[in-house]
Each structure stands twice: as C-alpha cells, then as structure tokens.
Design a protein around this ligand. Structure first.
Ligand code: ADP
Length: 431
C-alpha cells in the first residue's frame, strides 16, 4: 500500500514541479527570443544606415569596400545607378542572388508601393525595411533611393536570417534539454522526499498494528480462562463452584484493568485527553500517593519514604489527577519490582523553572537494553512477563502524561542497585 502511494506521490510531485518549471523556462525563452530578435533587427538597421550614408557620400565605390561591407554585415548589397548595376560582388551562387534581389524588389513594390524609378529630389535617403521569405528561408530586406549630386541611385540590402534562426533553434534545444534534465532531477528528489515524508506514517501504522495485535493477544488469555472456567462449572456440584467463580472474577478484573489502560492510551493518541490544568500543590499530591501505597509497601516490608523540600510548598501548573496517576504507576512498579525488605523513596526538588520528581528503589533494576524499550507499549522485561497483572502499559501511560505536561521522563540506575525514575515538569508549562 505504501509502495503504491510512494510511487503515486512521486509522480504527482514530479508532474506539478515540472509543469511549473516548464512554464517558467518557456517565459524565459520567450523573453530571450524577443530580445534577440530586437537586437538582430537593430544591427540590421545600423548596418543599412551606415551603408546608405557611405553610398551617398562617396562618388566612387571601391570593390574592396563592397566586398568588406557584404562580408561584415553578412548581407547581399546591390547598388543600381540608372539601371546600371555598379558592382557585382556575390556572397554565393549568383543565380540565387539575382532571384533574391528580384523578390526583394517585388515585395518593396507590392507591399510598400516603393518606386525604384521615382526621382529622389530630397537630400535625404528614402528607404524602407521589411521581412520576406524565399524558398523556405527568411530575410530582412531594405530598399532605398539615395540622392547623389544631380541624380540618385537605388540600393537593396538583403540579410539572410538562417544563421540567426539556427541560433534560436540551438537555444530552444538547450532549454528543452535543461527541462528534461531538471525533470529527472525533480523525479529523484521527489522520490527521496516522499519516501522520507511517508516514513513516519508507515512506522506509525506498523506501531498501531503491533498495538492491536498485542492488545488482542493480552485480551485473549483472560477470556480463554473465563470461558474454560465457566464451562467447568456445569460439570461440578454447587459447593465446588467457589474457586472457579473466583478465577472468573479475578480474570474479569484483569481484563477490565487492561481495557481501561487501552482506552487511556487510545485517547492519548486521539489527543482527546481531557486535561484540567490548575496551579497545584505538588507536595500534597506526593503525600496522597504515599498514603495510598504505604499499606501495600508495608505488606512487603518495604520502607516507603518521602523527601520534600523543607522551606516551601511547591506550586506547579499541572493536572492533579494525572500527576497522581503518573506517580501511582511509578510507585506501583517500584513496589512490584523491589524485593521484600527493600527501600523506595519519592523525592521532590525544584529550581526556578522545573519541578523534579524522583522515584528511587533498590529493587531488581533495569538492564541498559530494557531501558531503551520500557516506555513502549506492551513492553515487559523478561523477568516481569510472568506477572499476570502487568501488561507493559503503565510506563507508556506515564510517558504520555509527562508529554502532555511538556516535561521529560527518564530512568537510570540507583547507586548500589535498583532503578530511579526522574520526571522533570516545567513549573509553568505556558512559559
Ligand atoms: P508493567 O505493567 O508490566 O509494569 P510498565 O510499562 O509499567 O509495564 O513497565 C514496563 C517494564 O519496565 C516492566 O515490565 C518492567 O520490566 C520494567 N520496570 C518498570 N518499572 C520498574 C522498576 N521500578 N524496576 C524494575 N523494572 C521496572
């Protein structure tokens, strides 16, 4: 499912970014071509002006000048003095040259009514510029009547555009190749980007599946016991029912605790935990937990103690019920995983910004390998798997509570053996 989604997202990302890229490069290409065309035309106009001025000023036109002018301006120039072509310096095949000049004359006459025979009495050159095509090629043309002393000459300049058009063509190919290369790069980028984006979603889904399968597994075992005990009741006389009914009821309670824990965690995933933040007295919450667990600790002959700061009451913005739940989980675990005659201490410290709560026991301790996993759902260290009332959900709930208080929870070893859980909660979580 994720593989398909990954491919689809990559394709969509690539298409969208490529469309944007192609639009931008097309606009750039359009602007660049427009500027190039403008420049080409301006150069042509410059060349024609200087050629016409030269013709007007000079009495004798040398073949050297003629050749150089044709060569430098990459043009065909024809000067006609009273139907006498002055010089004839071909840039190529003379037939094509003749045909082009005839075509240029035709365009000048047809489109601009330009009269090559009309006497130019003005002292200024009379000229027109135009575009024309001939045999699939495009040209700029300029026709002029240029006044001389008492007469005038006509001139035609033709500038082929094939070199310029080749340049445009090469530029288009370069832009196209650039687009193709960029599209390939964008595809590669999208591939890795979408993979990275989907990874947390994929992991979350895996965790959810794992959670559901662990939950079903945990629920199945008490149910099996309840069903087998219930069916055993049928074959027994009433007096023998008590043990089976006790088992059914204890397994029922176990299931109910598990379902409660699951609901708590499911709600935290939906971020729908109702939190009731108030400025609370942390000392009082700690003492309440102490009082609740003292009898349980006594049963195991465990010394449960509390260390509170001497001089002041610690106030903190928190949810009283949740902090009580958090400490209960830690103290309950401490009692469970500490041998008879052990010691458990709950301590409260604070500084300007944080309240630091510690639950220190000298119990069986937690190996470094297990420390990395104990906050995961349904994780139980090997040595606690046999305990039927521990499902491996307590510390996950503790972790969620601390997270909702924008705090931090960690575990380390107690000096001399055992575990120490340290919780740091900001005094004012809105800071
Ligand atoms: P459980 O309900 O099984 O105690 P928790 O999430 O509270 O689940 O704890 C996860 C595991 O962490 C426990 O199974 C146990 O192995 C280990 N653990 C938690 N607290 C302690 C402790 N104080 N001392 C030793 N091991 C502990």
């Amino acid at each position: 499912m994720f593989k398909n989604l990954h491919i689809k997202l990559t394709i969509v990302c690539t298409i969208i970014t490529t469309i944007i890229l192609v639009t931008v490069t097309s606009i750039c290409l359009f602007i660049s071509e427009k500027t190039m065309k403008k420049n080409e035309y301006a150069t042509f106009l410059n060349n024609t002006n200087s050629i016409f001025s030269y013709i007007q000023e000079q009495n004798v036109i040398s073949s050297q000048w003629y050749f150089e002018s044709e060569h430098n301006s990459d043009s065909i120039i024809e000067i006609d003095d009273n139907n006498n072509i002055l010089l004839y310096c071909s840039l190529g095949n003379s037939n094509i040259r003749r045909e082009l000049i005839d075509r240029a004359k035709e365009v000048s006459k047809e489109q601009f009514n330009f009269n090559f025979d009309k006497i130019n009495y003005n002292k200024t050159t009379n000229h027109i510029e135009y575009n024309f095509s001939y045999k699939d090629s495009n040209y700029y043309g300029s026709s002029a009547t240029i006044p001389k002393d008492n007469s005038f000459v006509t001139a035609i300049i033709i500038h082929p555009l094939d070199t310029f058009e080749r340049k445009l063509h090469i530029q288009r190919i370069l832009f196209f190749l650039l687009d193709v290369a960029s599209a390939c790069l964008l595809f590669t980028f999208s591939w890795f980007f979408t993979k990275k984006t989907l990874k947390p979603i994929e992991e979350n889904r895996k965790r959810q599946l794992q959670f559901v399968s662990s939950a079903s597994h945990e629920l199945r075992s008490p149910l099996t016991v309840i069903i087998s005990n219930a069916s055993a009741l049928n074959s027994l006389v009433k007096e023998e029912h008590t043990t089976f009914l006790e088992t059914i009821s204890s397994e029922g309670r176990r299931m109910s605790k598990l379902i409660n824990d699951l609901l708590v965690l499911a709600n935290s995933d939906n971020t729908s935990w109702s939190m009731n933040f108030n400025i609370e007295d942390i000392d009082t919450i700690v003492l309440n937990v102490y009082e609740a667990y003292e009898p349980l600790a006594k049963d195991k002959n465990i010394n449960l103690s509390v260390d509170l700061p001497n001089n002041s009451l610690i106030k903190c913005l928190c949810d009283k019920e949740r902090i009580y739940q958090l400490l209960s989980i830690l103290v309950d675990n401490a009692i469970c995983y500490t041998n008879n005659d052990g010691k458990i201490n709950i301590s409260v410290e604070y500084n300007k910004k944080y309240v630091i709560l510690k639950v220190i026991d000298n119990g069986i301790g937690i190996s470094n390998e297990n420390k990395e996993h104990i906050f995961e759902r349904f994780y139980r260290a090997d040595n606690s798997r046999t305990d039927k009332n521990h499902f491996g959900l307590g510390l996950s709930i503790a972790y969620e509570i601390v997270k909702l208080h924008k705090g931090n929870i960690k575990v380390c070893d107690t000096v001399g053996g055992g575990s120490t859980f340290i919780i740091t909660i900001p005094i004012d979580i809105q800071q």
